[in-house]
Structures are given as structure tokens and as C-alpha cells.
Write a protein that binds this ligand. Structure first.
Ligand code: ZN
Ligand code: ZN
Length: 386
């Protein structure tokens, strides 16, 4: 609707009511005409479709107290402005700016910018449409995943089932019982919003309370969503967990979140990864840890022992004579893969295992050892300062 519409169109006449009609009378007249000319009841009758639009347009203005007041003001302007109104045609007022005029008429009270903005809003039907269909980025989504120790080291592609708020699958978001026919919302005349008054001459658009912005209403609500149109949808996506992820780490997967609206980009998916422990190996940063059982004799005399690596063949550890229990040996390059492609180390810690039982030969050998070591002051240091 352009400014010129207000000056040239008699919305009271369109609705067949007098200029002094009450708000209630206007509403009644509108509802009657809207029903009679409704496109649903008059398929193919373009004359009635046009009449329906005309009626809706009129009610949009004089059905709203704030807009009606402004409309009446425009209509009651001095006739000297009339030439501009009539001759303007498509161009409107021939250089005459209605909003400027109204800004002046509003006086100092309200603030000129506010009035101008308000008119921009009321007149700007097309612009409002644009705002509502603006491209928006999809929401970020949080998820959890549990992966194996080995997968955490090497990276893995996992399937994630994500549920998110989406259109109700039964009614496809319309809120109506499937198979029933919608009709244009009478409250908002299919606009999806209503202009609510916020005191004084200012007004703001609000989502229509009857159709909730969906523009259409159904006589019977969808049994699944009870008319809200909302539901949850589950989708399965493939997510690549990079090599080297740690237990409890939160990974961001760009563009794997909720889809954007109106061509906007998708949101991101955040996956908090839980890593299952390994039976043998532990993890310390980029290094793997391993406890290696050894005998007392192996540490005392020295030995070459084989230890396993993760994802590779065993390696030989050379234990020098006299190695204390609990010493850690570093096997280079046998740890976790780093982001740069190099590997951490394997940290192998030797732990003496004491046999629960000894056979006769072993017992004799150990007894001989004890005899040989008799008198050795192993614990003397504990009592030095006592
Ligand atoms: Zn509505
Ligand atoms: Zn539904």
C-alpha cells in the first residue's frame, strides 16, 4: 500500500460503514464481507478474490484504532493538497511527501524520527515481508559420543542421531488435522501479524494470536502437535572425529547443526567425546602409557623384554642391570598421532611382580639369595634421625 492509497481510497465505503462507525461495527462488517468473498468459498471467482483483498486492506487500516486515527487525519487534510493526491498516479503525490507533512503535524511531542519510522512501518508492507523471510543461521546443536580408545587415537567417522525441533511430521507444521481444509485467518486477514497499539500514536507488529503467524487456520487441530505445528525430527549425520581427541573434549563440526532458514547457513554441531579406557594403554597428552610386569631378577640382572605397542608389532625394551622398579622407559614414536602427523612416545613403566607361590627350586634360589644378602642395611636410612 502506498501513501496515495490512504488519500484516495475510502475504506469506510469499502466496508459499507459510516465514518463514525464503532470499532465493533467495523469488525462485524469486515467479518461478514470477508466470509462472503473468501477465496476458499469462491474458487475461481477472481472478482470476489479482489473484493476479499480490498476488504482486508480496508480493515487493516480502519480496523485498528491507531491506524484509523492516522487515516482519518490524512483524509481530513485541507483540500489544497487535493491536486497532489489526485494527479499523482503511480508516483503518488508529485513530490509531496506525506510522511514529512505528518511529521510536522505531529508537533514536538513525539519526536520526528519516531513518527517517520512508524509510517515507514505501516506503509512498508513489502519491506516487512522481507524482514520475515531474512536468511538466518541455523541453531548450534550439542551432542555426545562415546568412542573407543583406538578410534580416539586414529580418528573415526561416527554416525550421530540428532533430534531437533522441527515442523510436526503429521501436519508438516501447519497445525491442522491432515485432510482438513485451511482457511485464511480472519483475525489477521492472512497477514500472520497484527498491528498492536503501544500507547499514543505508536504501533508495532505482533504475531497474530489466532494463527500464530501461519496465516491460515484449521477448524480441527493436528492430533500430534495439538495445533502448535512443532515437533521433533531425528536425523542421522556422519561426523568425523579427528585423530588425537581426548576424553571429555568438545569438538566443533561446522555446518553440521540445525539447517538455516531462507538460505542461511547451517549452525554448528558440538560433540562432547567420551573415550572408553583401553585394557592396557593409558594416555598422557600425546604419549601412551603402559605398565610392564617384570621379575626382580630381570631388573637386577638386566634383560631384554618384549612390550606391545598400539596398532603395531611389539618392541624390545632393553633393561639395564640394577634398574629400580617403577622406572619408565620411553619408546619414541609409538604414542598417539599428533595433528602434524608425528607421533608421541610410548612410556613403559616396569613394575616388579612378586610370585604368589614358589616351587621348590625357586624357593631354594631365593633363600640362597637371602643368605647372600644377610646383614645388608636396607632400611637403615629410615631410622637415622629417629
Ligand atoms: Zn492470524
Ligand atoms: Zn501437527
Amino acid at each position: 500500500m502506498s501513501n496515495a492509497d490512504w488519500a484516495t481510497k475510502d475504506f469506510y465505503k469499502v466496508l459499507g460503514v459510516g465514518k463514525d462507525a464503532s470499532a465493533d461495527d467495523i469488525k462485524k462488517a469486515y467479518r461478514k464481507l470477508a466470509r462472503a468473498n473468501h477465496p476458499d468459498s469462491n474458487p475461481g471467482d477472481t472478482a470476489k478474490h479482489d473484493r476479499f483483498k480490498e476488504v482486508a486492506e480496508a480493515y487493516d487500516v480502519i480496523g485498528d484504532p491507531a491506524k484509523r486515527k492516522q487515516y482519518d487525519e490524512v483524509r481530513s487534510m485541507p483540500s489544497g493538497f487535493g491536486g497532489g493526491f489526485g494527479g499523482g498516479g503511480a508516483g503518488g503525490f508529485g513530490g509531496f511527501d506525506l510522511s514529512d507533512l505528518l511529521r510536522d503535524r505531529a508537533g514536538g511531542g513525539a519526536g520526528a524520527g519516531g513518527i517517520g519510522d512508524m509510517f515507514g512501518d505501516i506503509f512498508g508492507g513489502g519491506r516487512r515481508q522481507q524482514t520475515r523471510s531474512r536468511a538466518t543461521k541455523g541453531a548450534d546443536v550439542e551432542s555426545n559420543a562415546t568412542i573407543s580408545f583406538t578410534d580416539a587415537l586414529e580418528g573415526v567417522t561416527i554416525s550421530l542421531r540428532l533430534s531437533s525441533e522441527a515442523a510436526c511430521p503429521t501436519c508438516n507444521g501447519t497445525g491442522g488435522k491432515p485432510g482438513t481444509k485451511p482457511h485464511v485467518c480472519v483475525e489477521c486477514e492472512g497477514a500472520g501479524y497484527v498491528v498492536g497499539s503501544v500507547g499514543g500514536a505508536f504501533s508495532m507488529n505482533e504475531t497474530c494470536p489466532v494463527c500464530h503467524g501461519r496465516q491460515l487456520v484449521y477448524d480441527e487441530s493436528c492430533p500430534t502437535c495439538h495445533g502448535t505445528g512443532r515437533g521433533t525430527s531425528a536425523r542421522t549425520i556422519q561426523a568425523r572425529i579427528p585423530a588425537g581427541v581426548k576424553d571429555g573434549q568438545r569438538i566443533r563440526l561446522r555446518g553440521k547443526g540445525a539447517p538455516g532458514e531462507n538460505g542461511g547457513p547451517a549452525g554448528d554441531l558440538f560433540v562432547t567425546v567420551k573415550v572408553s579406557p583401553h585394557r592396557l594403554f593409558g594416555r598422557r597428552d600425546d604419549n601412551l602409557t603402559l605398565d610392564v610386569p617384570v621379575g626382580f631378577d630381570e631388573l637386577a640382572l638386566g634383560a631384554e623384554i618384549k612390550v606391545p605397542t598400539l596398532g603395531g608389532g611389539p618392541v624390545t625394551l632393553r633393561i639395564p642391570p640394577g634398574t629400580p622398579s617403577g622406572r619408565t622407559f620411553r619408546v619414541r614414536g609409538k604414542g598417539a598421532r599428533r595433528a602434524d602427523g608425528t607421533n608421541g612416545d610410548l612410556l613403559a613403566t616396569v613394575q616388579v611382580q612378586v610370585p604368589a607361590t614358589l616351587d621348590a627350586g625357586a624357593r631354594e634360589a631365593v633363600e640362597n639369595y637371602r643368605a647372600a644378602m644377610a646383614g645388608r642395611p636396607l632400611r637403615a636410612g629410615l631410622f637415622e634421625d629417629a
